[in-house]
Structure formats: C-alpha cells, structure tokens
Design a protein around this ligand. Structure first.
Ligand SMILES: C[S@@+](CC[C@H](N)C(=O)[O-])C[C@H]1O[C@@H](n2cnc3c(N)ncnc32)[C@H](O)[C@@H]1O
Length: 278
C-alpha cells in the first residue's frame, strides 16, 4: 500500500492542470507546498495573493492555517480545507451527539460494544471518518483524487499536532488511490463495515450548493462508478455496507437497501450482511 504521505501525480489528461497551480502566502514556509507542486506535477507560483492571480482559476494554497483549495480573483469564496481542530468539526468534536449521531447509528455503533474496523472508501475531506474515529472506530480511508488527498493529508497532519485530536487521528490511516482496487483484492470479511459517500451527480448549478462546495465538485467531478463500489463493498464487509446519499436521491443502482437512517439533508442506506456482535 502507498504510504499515507505519498501523493500521486495528476494524469496528463486532467483538465485541472490548466487551471490549478500551487502557491503560498508570505507567512507560510514554501517547502511543503513546493514539494507538493512537484509531486502532483502542477505549476509552482511561489508567494502570491490569490485575489491577484489571473492565469489560474484555482490554487492549492498554503498559508499559516494549512493547505487549502482557493479560488482566485476578486470576490472569490473562502478556502476549502480539511479542518478538524477548529470550525465545524472542532465544535462537533466537543459538543456532538456521540453514538446517537446519524452516521454512527448507520454504521451500527449503538448495536455493538466491539470497536469497529471501518473502511471509508470515499474519504473526501474526511469529516465522516473523523466523526466515526472520534467515537472509537478504527478507520482506513481511501481517497483517489490527488488534490483532495493532499488536502486531507494536510488536515490530518495538523490535527495530529493537537492534543485533543491526536488520539482520534491515530485511529485513522489514509491511503491514496482507488478503493475499488483494494476492495476487489481484499476478499470476504476484510473489514467490519464499508462506508461509501460517492459524489452524487448534481446536474443543476443551483445556488443551493454552497460556493465552496462547487469548487470541491469542480476538482472531483462525478463519481459515476458508485454501483461498482457498492458491489465490491458487499464482497468485503463482514457486517454491513453503509451508503450516504442526499435525502431525496435514489439509492445506488444494485440491491435495495434493507434499512435507512434519514436526516434533514442526508440519508444513510444500510445493506446488512450479518448481525453485529452485541
Ligand atoms: C462526497 S466526497 C466524500 C465526503 C466525505 N464523506 C466527508 O465526510 O468529507 C466523495 C469523495 O470520494 C472520492 N472517491 C470516489 N470514488 C472513490 C474511489 N473509488 N476510491 C477512492 N476515492 C473515491 C472522491 O474523489 C471524493 O473526494
């Protein structure tokens, strides 16, 4: 398996190469960002003010708060980063609802006292995995998009330096690459639970999608192979597969989910394989 810190180069064919570059603020050390530019095969701009950049629409930008995906030009929305110490995730860590949280219920944490080994096969910015790790799950994360993987690796590294987050991050192992390959090779019962949250194809550019998340979507694209992921997940989970969907979206093509946990905007489809141990 690749080491958690290794980054994969963007494919030559990626249209992102023409719109995305790497840069840093005067307050950040250039070293990490420069290495990242080399590893990902992206242009390196050195010190810039994102508002003044014209030749690239997007930056992987290192500042004193860490690595972020930042749109350029005047009036650009705020940065997108994997943040676990402060902000929404920091608040949730301190005041969240424990094993009663929807994602924890969906994974089955209320039904068992055994610490679950969960494969998050679509890690993204790691928020769901962090919630599950904070409740005691041992998490293996896969992220195949090199840009998102770099953001997540940076967020986990920063969290590992924080006293409250370090024990949680110690339960999270991030890999770069396609989880489909891993699951297809892993064989039956390789993990207790597989958790999937593939991008749901939003064809409309409605204002309801937050501007920051539009950037995420621009970088990731649609995950059109979600039904292959579900099939592979069912072949390697011991107890269940959980799929997060927008609340009103259809289930992933394939077998019907046996149960659902519904929230205000999201829904968790549950595909049980066998009962969790008490
Ligand atoms: C909607 S995001 C996941 C968000 C995540 N649950 C969170 O809490 O931050 C989906 C992510 O899964 C990744 N992904 C989709 N299919 C994948 C696969 N087969 N292997 C690895 N990563 C995958 C995409 O690149 C994207 O970053």
């Amino acid at each position: 398996m690749p080491s958690p810190s290794s980054h994969t180069e963007l494919p030559d064919s990626s249209s992102l190469r023409h719109i995305l570059a790497v840069a840093h603020s005067p307050l950040a050390e250039p070293g990490v960002a420069r290495t990242l530019a080399t590893e990902l095969g992206l242009d390196w701009l050195g010190v810039v003010a994102p508002k003044q950049v014209r030749d690239y629409g997007l930056l992987l930008f290192m500042d004193e708060h860490g690595l972020a995906l930042q749109q350029t030009g005047k009036g650009a929305p705020g940065p997108v980063r994997a943040e676990f110490v402060s902000g929404k995730m920091g608040y949730r860590r301190e005041h969240g609802g424990g094993a009663g949280q929807l994602v924890a219920r969906a994974v089955g944490m209320q039904k068992t006292r055994a610490p679950l080994q969960v494969l998050d096969a679509t890690a993204g910015l790691g928020q769901d995995a962090f919630v599950l790790a904070s409740l005691g799950c041992q998490m293996t994360l896969f992220e195949r998009n090199p840009i998102i993987h770099a953001l997540l690796a940076d967020g986990l590294y920063r969290a590992s330096l924080n006293e409250a987050c370090a024990p949680i991050v110690a339960r999270m192992t991030l890999h770069s690459g396609n989880s489909l390959d891993w699951m297809n090779q892993a064989g039956p019962e390789a993990v207790d639970v597989v958790y999937l949250d593939p991008m749901f194809p939003h064809r409309d550019k409605s204002a309801l999608v937050k501007k920051e998340m539009q950037v995420f979507r621009q970088v990731v694209g649609d995950d059109d192979d979600a039904s292959q992921l579900l099939e592979a997940a069912l072949g390697c989970a011991r107890y269940r597969v959980v799929v997060k969907r927008p609340r009103k979206a259809p289930a992933i093509a394939g077998p019907e989910p046996a149960a659902r946990v519904e929230g205000k905007s999201s829904r968790y489809d549950i595909y049980p394989i066998r009962a969790l141990p008490a």
